[in-house]
Design a protein around this ligand. Structure first.
Ligand SMILES: [Zn+2]
Length: 271
């Protein structure tokens, strides 16, 4: 999202909003201000907070959350079509248009229009991973939940998803089932360092992309979704384990002392 925000800013900043074509009405989560009130306003910049893109119009702003299946087309020249899954098309004077769409069956991407000073859904977000607040949480926090759960909880730390959580734990050599409160200081420091390094490298890689956000994002994760392949560090087979509503990929040799984790979802059914 950070790299996408940077690309959109370089394409669109300084242009006036010429059109707000809402193509899926349920995606707009706010009633006030009206979309029409932004027409003619200059886009001052595009930022990011957590997984939200923030289009700043000098007071009012527009938030976009792409969720899992949300994608962005940069249209140069702008189109008038309505591809499947279209959510909104933003048109700008003399610049490319931006089409936000969603593929798959889930309809979870959303749009918020906020008045000056309003935080909307950003209010509930935890600190960014590069802040001192996050460092304190990792180094001294007493959160008893599993690290993987903590990293994905947007109210605790904003902007880290499943993929980066898998890679961060692998980098820090921590078990997917490790609980933060019981980690020794050394592991906490490794976790903090891994979080920063993995996210930094991910951003650098995303910055090599051009245009919007394509349907196929490619795989730049180190271990996420790579079960069955050799661990890039030690060569052992990567494993996966079902946890909560998703799967975690990990290396038994690097992360769990050789132990293959029991699939809790399955064992619950067997019991
Ligand atoms: Zn390994």
């Amino acid at each position: 999202m950070q790299a996408l925000a940077e690309r959109l800013e370089s394409l669109l900043a300084g242009a006036s909003l010429a059109g707000f074509d809402l193509l899926q009405f349920s995606a707009l989560k706010t009633f006030d201000p009206q979309p029409e009130s932004l027409l003619g306003k200059e886009l001052r910049g595009v930022g990011r907070r957590g997984k939200y893109l923030a289009l700043e119009f000098g007071g009012p702003r527009m938030l976009i959350h792409l969720s899992q299946g949300g994608r962005v087309d940069v249209e140069d020249p702008p189109k008038r079509t309505k591809p499947r899954g279209s959510i909104v098309r933003l048109r700008f004077d003399g610049r490319p248009a931006v089409l936000v769409k969603e593929f798959g069956t889930e309809r979870r991407a959303g749009l918020w229009l906020l008045s000056k000073g309003e935080e909307g859904p950003l209010e509930r977000l935890g600190p960014e991973p590069d802040t001192e607040a996050f460092a304190q949480l990792v180094l001294n926090g007493e959160d008893r939940r599993r690290v993987h759960t903590i990293l994905r909880d947007q109210r605790t730390v904003a902007g880290i998803g499943r993929g980066y959580s898998d890679d961060i734990l692998h980098r820090a050599r921590l078990s997917p089932y490790a609980a933060l409160a019981s980690l020794p200081q050394e592991d906490r420091r490794a976790l903090l360092e891994a979080s920063r390094d993995v996210l930094h490298e991910g951003l650098e890689l995303e910055r090599t992309r051009e245009g919007g956000l394509p349907p196929k994002l490619g795989e730049h994760f180190t271990v996420h979704n790579r079960y069955g392949q050799p661990c890039p560090r030690c060569g052992a087979d990567l494993r996966r384990v079902s946890y909560e509503s998703h799967e975690i990929t990990y290396c038994p040799a690097c992360q769990t002392g050789g132990k293959v984790l029991a699939d809790r979802r399955l064992s619950r059914l067997v019991r």
